[in-house]
Every structure is written in C-alpha cells, then in structure tokens.
Design a protein. Structure first.
Length: 416
C-alpha cells in the first residue's frame, strides 16, 4: 500500500479489539506504529477499539443493573472500553520512544446526532490532530465514541470503530484508511466458518457494503457507506502480520476488475427475528398503520412476506434485527389499542438466520437465485423466506443450519 503514497501522506490506521486484546498485542501494535513513524510516516492517526471482550463485559454489567436502561446511560458505560485502549497504546508508544496525544471523542470533537447506541457522525474537528502532527506526536483516538452538541456521550453501534476510522480519514482528507484486524482481509466467507474461503484482493464499495450489511462482521457497514460516498480507499489487513502483501483493498470500480465476479461472497446474519402477524384488519390502510408504527419506534424492517386470500383476515410476516424486538413489540402493543386492530395477534421467532450470496456480476447472469435454492435443497436446508436484489440473494433459514448453509453455498458458487 505504502509504495503508492509519499511518506507525508495522511493515513488513518484502526486497530480492532483482538489487535489490542492483550498487553503483548498492544506492544506489538505500538512497535509497528513507532517503526513507521521513525521511518518518516509523520502524519499517522491511530484509532483504537476496546480490548476484545471488553465492550461485551460492559454491556453485560449494564444489563445486570437495568435491562431497560435509558440509552444515554448505556452509551456512557459501553463507550468506556475505548478509553483504556487509548491510554494503553499511548503508554506502549512511549516505551517505544514516541510521544502520543490521546483523544476521547469529546476531547477531539467527534460530533454525532443524538441517536444513542446508533449515533451517526456529523462532523469531526481535526485541528488537534494537525497540532499533534506539527509537534511530532502521534494522535491516538478512541473509536466507537461520539459526543452530541449537548456534550452527551454517544456510541456508533457495535463494531462502530471502523466507522470512526473511515470518517476520520475523510475529515483529514487522508490518502487511505487502513483497518487492522485479526484476519488477512475480507474473505469470500467468514474464514473461521468456511475453511475454503478465499481472500478478496480488490473489491468495489458496493459489494463490500452489501457483505457488511448482510452480516460479514469484518467491516461495520456504515464505514463502507462513508468510504463509498467520499471515495476513501479502505485497506483491510492483518495486524498480526508484518507482511501486508495479503490484504483487501476496497475502492470504486476500477479497470483492475475487468470482469466482476458473479458471486463474490457468502454471508450469514444471525441477528434475525421474525414477527408473524395474524388477524390483520382487511382495511386498505392496515399495512401502512402497522409499518409506520413499527418505524416510529425506530425498528428497521428487513424482509416482508404477505400472503392474502380474498377477504379472509390477512397474515403478514416480517423480519427485524433481534435486538430491536422489544421495540417492535412495543409498537404492536400500541397498535392493538386501536379498535380496528384489537384482534391482531402475533408470533415471535428468534431461532432464524439469513444466509446471502453477493456479487455485482449477478446483474448480468440469470439463474443465480435458482442455483442457490438448489444448493440449499441438496443440503436439506429449508428456506423460510427469500429476498433478492440486483446483486444479492438472501434466504431466511433455521439458525442451526446457518454454518452449513454458508459452507454449501460457498462450495456451490466459489469452490469450483
Ligand atoms: P476487529 O476486532 O478487528 O474489529 P472483528 O471481530 O469485528 O474484528 O472482525 C473480524 C472478524 O470478522 C474475523 O475474525 C472473522 O471471523 C469475521 N468475519 C466474518 N465474515 C468475514 C469475511 N467475509 N471476511 C473476513 N472476516 C470475516
Ligand atoms: N468496541 C466496540 C464494539 O465492541 C466497537 C468496535 O469494536 O468496533 O462493538
Ligand atoms: Mg470490528
């Protein structure tokens, strides 16, 4: 990567949870950063996540105290893991002979909206980063956190420090943003589940975005969205390896990709819940009533399946993220208060997952969906819901078949 850029380039590097998961790991990250700094890379900005497992620990603590806690309190607790990482990395850099400047989101000015636990970055103030560079130091910044203009701490959603890093790169007009993680890059499927998964060397934002939002957790989907919007090149590489010839570069479609793969990757999303509504009023505005109440409660609806038989009471099923189930049930409770929805009934299922295949080449290749169904059928996996777009096919299946479905689709499309 570095060969294409001069050493005066501004570069943002993000180190994820496992990359800073132990004192040894932090020291080895510090060693790498210090080496680059001494080698003349003077405009590096480092974004860190909480040590792996730490954010989960904080979430569990808060849940133990109050499972229905207000989001402001929740964010104040779970943003804390990143503070420790910032200080530990600064300490490790000191040991390697370079000075760091430490920044929490509120100290720097990573300004977000007020949607706690899924806040969006609105502006990043960069003056202090430039001052830090001017004085020969390395800015080390807490990922995942933000602050509202009322000075309330927010967080960007789980996995959000990727987004902090890419947004920082955009704010600094950096040459690129490097996401350092515990695998070599983005693979055609989760390499921990699919042994035959292949490293994808270059990929379009479009495919990366679809894979991220359909469940591949290596990148936070907002970070790819921002990267695409501002054409910020994103490199994903392994922080455990010095050699970075193995890596993934995410960029706008380029002539390096003469022909796009029909299927680039297979993803699995376990965060799926289904609500099946029965005795839905047959009035023409029934769906608009239901789905606007659901949306007003902040719930994102994914796949909707509606099957209507003449004038019989209607049934409708839809999927949402499991962690929005409580909100969705609140919305349905509110709807039931209305006279015309008093009979509304619903069932909840949480033992589901969504397996998807993604690829821009699908646009010009018919028969991809039918082949996916055939592959799943041959593996004995029942499809419960289907959703397709130009560049993906998604099937909702039983969660227990998730890994097998991913392996079967990977074999069917990517291991020939
Ligand atoms: P970090 O802590 O560095 O942010 P994450 O745990 O959030 O790391 O993301 C890296 C993990 O994502 C990998 O260890 C891998 O198991 C998982 N993963 C899921 N899908 C993919 C994929 N398609 N390519 C690479 N990794 C993937
Ligand atoms: N520490 C946060 C999380 O675990 C953010 C991140 O790792 O990207 O969700
Ligand atoms: Mg992550």
């Amino acid at each position: 990567v570095y060969k294409d850029f001069s050493k005066s380039s501004r570069v943002v590097q993000k180190y994820g949870g496992t990359s800073v998961g132990t004192p040894e790991r932090i020291l080895s990250v510090a060693e790498r950063v210090a080496r680059q700094h001494k080698d003349g890379w003077r405009n590096l900005a480092i974004v860190v996540s909480a040590m792996s497992g730490e954010t989960n620990r904080l979430v569990a603590l808060m849940k133990a105290v109050n499972p229905n806690v207000s989001p402001q309190y929740y964010d104040m607790a779970i943003a804390a893991g990143e503070q420790v990482s910032v200080a530990l990395l600064a300490g490790a850099l000191e040991k390697h002979g370079v000075r760091a400047d430490m920044f929490l989101a509120y100290q720097l000015g990573i300004m977000t909206d007020e949607f706690h636990a899924k806040a969006r970055i609105q502006e990043i103030k960069t003056e202090k980063i430039y001052q830090s560079w001017a004085s020969g130091r390395i800015p080390v910044i807490a990922g995942f956190q933000g602050v509202t203009d009322k000075m309330e701490i927010t967080t960007l959603g789980r996995g959000g420090s990727d987004t902090s890093a890419v947004a920082m790169a955009v704010a600094l007009d950096a040459a690129f943003c490097e996401i350092n993680t515990d695998v070599d890059g983005v693979y055609s499927a989760d390499p921990r589940i699919v042994p035959g998964a292949k490293l994808i060397e270059t990929m379009e934002y479009e495919v990366a975005l679809e894979m991220a939002s359909l469940g591949s957790k290596v990148l936070h989907s907002r970070c790819v969205e921002i990267g695409a919007k501002f054409k910020m090149p994103i490199t994903v590489r392994n922080s455990f390896k010095d050699d970075d010839s193995q890596r993934t570069r995410i960029m706008a479609e380029s002539n390096k990709m003469i022909e796009s793969a029909v299927v680039s990757g297979v993803t699995l999303d376990r965060n799926v819940a289904r609500l099946t509504l029965s005795n839905v009023s047959t009035k023409v505005d029934a769906f608009s009533t239901i789905f606007s109440a659901v949306a007003k409660h902040g719930v994102n609806v994914d796949i909707i399946v509606h099957d209507r038989h003449k004038s019989e009471p209607t049934k409708v099923g839809f999927t949402i993220a499991k962690d929005e189930l409580a909100l969705a049930e609140k919305a349905l409770g509110a709807i039931r208060q209305r006279a015309d929805f008093a009979k509304l009934d619903y069932q909840v299922e949480t033992n589901l997952a969504k397996v998807s295949i993604v690829g821009v080449g699908m646009r010009s290749h018919p028969g991809v969906a039918s082949k996916a169904f055939e592959v799943l059928a041959n593996a004995g996996i029942e499809i419960q819901m289907i959703s397709t777009s130009e560049i993906k096919v998604s099937c909702v299946i039983d969660e227990t078949h998730g890994d097998d479905a991913m392996r079967a689709l990977h074999k069917g499309f990517l291991e020939s």
